[in-house]
Design a protein. Structure first.
Length: 421
């Protein structure tokens, strides 16, 4: 894949090579922006539905869309078996289904919010790279459905299930493994699956109890966030949020460049990037947005360089989308909010749907927010709240929506829908 410009950059132009595709989590530029048009404003289980296909088992991963195919991952409720599913983009017909991995003793998910197939994969160069955390990573040829390589030797005790998605970088895919036992990032060669680099986190968790063991079974050490690439003084930096620290790395070598620390854990939200400022979500404990300036000379611990902080209505699971200097957030408890990128001012927060885990998408001049009851709220971007529509699908939505060309792909807990005029 070509060099990504940034994460959550207010981009209005998408490279033509990505038109008609959704190749990774958060879309063509990993920003939640999509070059879609003529999307329907209203739909239901029957209205403006081009097709819907029942998806077996359970999975919260985002669909991956090419010009002709849609790829999904799914897993059995008990976490013993993990699957790949490929659908025909035009009809929704299942073209390929295969069991990829088996786990004899999977760890329980715990709170019920996660699935064993939550990480989103990557489509690149006629291959699909699918990932289930420590349970396995695989490369499949999208034309022949032949498996090219697999890795099952990358340890991580996720404790409540895997969550971090793959990240596409040049001729590698980058894995984030933040567990209760080990925490590291690694880059795998796309052609061979071999490890190009591996960097351990060196966060000081300070979570040991009187018995010398980590508190909460190590729960304070895990995270679920996917990295982002930002461009700083013409050079790329990989920004990765983990428990108690967000770190900037060189994406080609894994070398640490800078870091900021906090007390949050179980982080899932991708940072926002706007006009030389990185905006970090600190995660569970007390979720807050914290903004820091980043330049080519930034190094070491930058926690003391805080520009602003916002603590109200900040989600712990969803990643934001940024449009015209405003960060839009899909709150855990159904509150949709907007924060000014420059000063951190809370512009609005409105309760208008149910609990939410999925990340919003900006496409066709509109914002799309999905909730766990199956409701999608459509907003007009702006510094004031303006609701355009609200649509409901059965079974609830945990996965983030996808917008490609003039179609929305929405994965509910039971089906994948292709929504279009």
């Amino acid at each position: 894949m070509n060099l990504l410009l940034s994460c959550v950059l207010a981009a209005s132009v998408v490279a033509p090579s990505w038109a008609g595709e959704w190749p990774q989590f958060r879309g063509p530029l990993a920003t939640g922006h999509a070059p879609a048009s003529n999307l329907p404003l209203e739909w239901s289980d029957t209205k403006n539905v081009k097709w819907k296909t029942a998806i077996p088992h359970k999975g919260w991963s985002t669909p991956l869309v090419s010009e002709t195919q849609v790829w999904l991952t799914t897993a059995t409720d008990d976490g013993h078996d993990f699957f790949a599913l490929c659908l025909d983009r035009k009809t929704g017909k299942v073209l390929h289904e295969s069991k990829l991995f088996h786990a004899e003793t999977p760890e329980p998910l715990g709170n019920g919010l996660n699935s064993y197939a939550s990480p989103t994969g990557v489509l690149s160069g006629g291959k699909v790279f699918l990932h289930f955390g420590s349970y396995g990573t695989v490369c499949i040829d999208t034309a022949t459905f032949k498996e090219e390589w697999r890795r099952t030797d990358l340890p991580c005790r996720h404790y409540r299930g895997p969550g971090a998605s793959l990240f596409d970088w040049k001729d590698t895919v980058i894995l984030t493994m933040d567990g209760v036992d080990v925490q590291y990032l690694c880059a795998l060669d796309k052609k061979t699956g071999t490890t190009r680099w591996k960097t351990d986190r060196n966060t000081a968790f300070n979570d040991l109890g009187p018995d010398g063991k980590p508190k909460m079974e190590g729960d304070l050490r895990k995270a679920y966030s996917t990295p982002a690439v930002i461009t700083v003084d013409g050079k790329p930096q990989l920004v990765s949020t983990g428990s108690m620290a967000t770190v900037g790395y060189d994406p080609d070598s894994g070398k640490e460049l800078w870091r900021t620390t906090y007390s949050g854990f179980s982080n899932a939200s991708i940072p926002a990037w706007h006009n030389g400022v990185i905006i970090v979500n600190t995660g569970h404990g007390k979720a807050m947005l914290r903004a820091f300036p980043i330049s080519g000379s930034t190094a070491g611990d930058i926690t003391g360089k805080l520009l602003w902080e916002q603590t109200k209505a900040i989600p712990t699971r969803s990643s934001p989308v940024t449009v015209d200097g405003v960060i839009y957030l899909n709150g855990d408890s159904g509150i949709l909010s907007a924060v000014d990128c420059n000063g951190g001012e809370l512009l609005f927060n409105e309760r208008c749907q149910g609990n939410a885990s999925s990340s919003p998408v900006y496409a066709d001049g509109k914002l799309f927010f999905c909730d766990e009851m199956g409701v999608t709220t459509v907003l007009k971007p702006g510094r004031t709240f303006e609701k355009l529509a609200q649509n409901t699908l059965p079974a609830g939505i945990m996965a983030s929506p996808v917008a490609v060309d003039s179609e929305l792909f929405i994965r509910t807990k039971t089906h994948l829908y292709c929504i279009g005029q």
